[in-house]
Design a protein around this ligand. Structure first.
Ligand code: THG
Length: 285
């Protein structure tokens, strides 16, 4: 079975079809959060610290760290945010930036603070330029990486073409001796409000990845419900379907989805005697 192993200085998290679904907390990200964007512009990381603590308390197993917003120098701020998260909580981090220079600056800080650690890089995709910029960082820093199912032509409209991009990323990674275990695939959740087939296409690509390659998979799952009322209901249903198709480390707001994910794991036979489900219920009091 495919095991992606992530490590902070103090904790190891195993992502695998044999493990419970791991939650990557999405909230350290200024997208749609004016207050966080403004604070980052002022060099103020107090919200980052608070979001780190709250998400781990809500059940996050890994924390995504993204500081990309208009006016923010990511090369300066991303390593600072990663350092603060590593000093605040024990969970491994997922370093999220479109800028390879910012990624490398954050990877350096990660290596200093956790020489034996292993972060997740978010992300590479099938674009030539991204493959050439990001995969060498994955190899050099011994990280794991999220591979997005899109390339120079954009996000393919059908499952088979998305899967073809996934194959390409895996082949290119193997060319640099990056093991398959260190690649986590994102088949990309798009908005069902804009295209009724959007979720079906994503789920179809995931089924192909699950059956043909057995790789671990993530998704920014909440994209699926964008613009619709009662988004949580749609997100819960989609998460359950995606978990059945191999999603095992979604990028989510843990406080909003933890119960739905525990229910999906229970229904898929991955929670003996419903121990995890019941324990989480009791902890909520
Ligand atoms: N795949 C991968 N990485 C990703 C994404 C993905 N990283 C970024 C994003 N998508 C996942 N993270 C977020 C972060 C915030 C929001 C959505 C996805 C978000 N924020 C609220 C909003 O815009 O309304 C803010 C509201 C609040 O404060 O809660 O939706 O797909 N690999």
């Amino acid at each position: 079975m495919m095991k992606t192993i992530l490590k902070s200085a103090k904790e190891t998290v195993v992502i695998s079809p044999e493990e419970p679904t791991r939650l990557i907390g999405e909230r350290i990200n200024p997208t749609g959060k004016k207050r966080l964007a403004a604070a980052l512009n002022d060099g103020d990381l107090s919200i980052v610290k608070q979001e780190a603590e709250e998400q781990v308390a809500a059940g996050a197993d890994i924390l995504d760290v993204n500081v990309g917003a208009a006016g923010v120098d990511e090369v300066d701020m991303l390593p600072k945010a990663v350092q603060l998260v590593m000093e605040t909580v024990d969970v491994p981090v997922c370093i999220d930036s479109a800028d390879p220079v910012a990624l490398e600056a954050a990877l350096k800080v990660h290596r200093e603070l956790a020489p034996e650690g292993k972060p997740l890089i978010n992300s590479v995709n099938g674009e030539e330029e991204r493959l050439e910029a990001v995969l060498p960082l994955v190899a050099e820093y011994g990280a794991a990486v999220i591979g997005l199912a899109m390339d120079d032509d954009g996000i393919p409209p059908d499952s088979e073409k998305r899967f073809a991009v996934v194959r390409k990323i895996v082949e290119r990674a193997e060319g640099l001796d990056i093991p398959r275990e260190d690649i986590v695939i994102d088949c990309l959740a798009l908005t069902v409000g804009a295209d009724s087939q959007a979720a079906v296409v994503t789920l179809g690509a995931m089924r192909l990845v699950q059956e043909e390659l057995g790789l671990n998979m993530t998704l920014g799952a909440s994209n699926v419900s964008f613009g619709l009322p009662e988004r949580e209901v749609i997100n819960w249903a989609f998460l359950a379907m995606a978990i059945q198709n191999g999603l095992n480390c979604p990028i989510v707001d843990p406080a909003k989805v933890r119960q739905a994910v525990l229910a999906a794991d229970l229904l898929l036979g991955r929670d003996d005697y419903a121990m995890r489900y019941i324990k989480a219920y009791k902890q909520r009091g």
